[in-house]
Design a protein around this ligand. Sequence first.
Ligand code: 5GP
Length: 126
Amino acid sequence: MAIDPTLAYDDDNIFAKILRGEIPNKTVYEDEWALAFHDINPQAPDHILVIPKGRYVSWDDFAVSASEAEIAGFVRAVGHVAREAGMVEPGYRLLANIGKDGHQEVPHLHVHIFAGKPLGPMLMRS
Ligand code: 5GP
């Protein structure tokens, strides 16, 4: 079910539990600003989620409230993960779902990295 991105941050969301080490994950990369791990239900041969360490519900919340250092650290972490995974030359896709129409299911900002095959054009299904 899609979440309401205007609500306050929920410390019981699944990614908050992953950050606290309460739920296992297959970590790809971690630094001061971000954690990257494999999606539990991959939609491409390579499907990695990158989340900021801070308590941000969505891209909107992050863009408004995160510090310059958090934003720089998170953006650099996304690029680093893709580069280290060898995705730059073949290419990859980034996606951040926000709210109901974006079908965001987890209320902690996450960027999806998809790669591992030609992903085709981005399609909008009705
Ligand atoms: P959203 O629709 O919110 O953009 O995407 C949420 C993503 O989180 C989905 O792709 C889903 O498979 C993934 N996900 C949900 N729960 C877990 C979990 O416990 N572990 C991992 N690794 N991924 C999860």
